[in-house]
Design a protein around this ligand. Structure first.
Ligand code: ADP
Ligand code: MG
Length: 337
């Protein structure tokens, strides 16, 4: 893009050295191209899709002060910027291949950029993803990753295939990230151990890509839990025109949270049901897949848990000790409002 937003080269805070936009890209983001026909450095990247595959593409923006604290560990931010996008590929059952990074930076801080790119590339390497382009500008801190993946034609997972009688599954503990946020904002007291476990969920989410790939042909629908179970399962129910009954006690939670649950039950419950940012998968599968999923849980080392059943009611009902909750918490109002 034209550099109208830049008043000149982006300058280092303290202005000991200046780094041009292009030197910055060269130093922190350009690496030799491996899986792209043409990577960073031209007006566009060139990618050769695998024969017989459809392209899955998605974008997620993280804005300072909205999605993360401006003083967050930049390595964790680099990790999370890519992780939330890998999670979208996982939810689609797509193999992530390439990524683009849009970044608005208030200034150039070499240490910050080195840590940010180290966090991003560590995760990219783990998942075999290549950074093939992006855009860099001066502005309020904001990072926006576009991810491109592939799935064999017609085989990707969607939100729309849940069938009455299917079981509802989640891929791991919920509520940790939201509880970390509540603790950071002083709304709940956690032990050091609980806080560390919850902050790991908030800062270092682990995208369930391997699971998503293996759910092709098993799951009837799938979504990643970015905005909370109630809202995200709600998207599956709406897209599939069904309802669901879930049992609160069946939803996995971090082992360390049992004592926090005793201390502040409604808040912990709300975090589990409606807390965002966990990036576990929620999916549905026919009951005759129970054995296959139990085996998959062991193979992948995941705490896959069946938490309920798809119904014809068109509504989501959550039961506590068998009794339906009168009202369900909404993630957006509660945690982002
Ligand atoms: P253009 O002016 O044609 O839009 P740019 O000057 O913005 O191109 O970028 C030059 C090259 O660097 C392009 O290949 C672009 O994709 C890449 N690039 C720019 N910013 C980033 C970034 N933050 N991460 C990765 N690649 C980037
Ligand atoms: Mg150009």
């Amino acid at each position: 893009v034209a550099a109208a937003a830049l008043t000149g080269p982006i300058e280092a805070a303290g202005a000991v050295s200046t780094l041009s936009e292009f030197a910055l890209i060269e130093r922190f983001f350009r690496r030799s191209s491996r899986s792209a026909v043409l990577g960073i450095g031209d007006d566009a990247a060139l990618l050769a899709p695998t024969a017989g595959c459809e392209i899955a593409v998605s974008v997620d923006m993280l804005v300072a002060g909205r999605h993360f604290f401006p003083d967050v560990d930049p390595r964790a931010l680099g990790h999370k910027a890519l992780a939330v996008n890998l999670s979208d590929m996982a939810a689609m059952g797509a193999q992530p291949r390439w990524a683009l990074l849009g970044a608005a930076l208030p200034d150039v801080d070499s240490d910050w950029l080195a840590a940010f790119s180290a966090g991003l590339f560590a995760l990219a390497d783990e998942f075999g993803v290549e950074l093939v382009g992006g855009d860099t500008t001066r502005g309020p801190l904001n990072v926006c990753v576009t991810i491109i993946g592939e799935a064999p034609s017609g085989r990707s997972l969607r939100r729309s295939g849940a069938v009455v009688g299917d079981r509802v599954w989640v891929s791991g503990p919920l509520g940790g990230a939201a509880l970390a946020l509540q603790a950071l904002q002083g709304r709940i007291g956690l032990t050091a151990e609980q806080r560390e476990a919850c902050e790991r969920c908030l800062l270092w989410p682990q995208p369930r890509v391997a699971l998503g790939l293996r759910l092709r042909g098993i799951a009837t629908s799938c979504i990643d839990i970015s905005d909370g179970l109630v809202g995200d399962l709600g998207h599956i129910l709406e897209a599939s025109a069904v309802g669901a009954e879930i049992d609160l006690a069946a939803i996995p939670r971090l082992a360390t949270l049992d004592r926090a649950a005793a201390a502040d039950k409604p808040l912990v419950r709300d975090c589990i049901l409606a807390g965002g940012d966990d990036y576990e998968l929620c999916f549905t599968a026919p009951a005759d897949s129970d054995g296959a999923l139990a085996a998959l849980a062991v193979e992948l080392g995941l705490a896959l848990a069946a938490i309920g059943t798809i119904t014809a009611s068109g509504r989501l009902v959550a039961r506590v000790d068998g009794v339906p909750m009168p009202a369900l918490p909404h993630g957006f109002d509660h945690f982002r409002g």
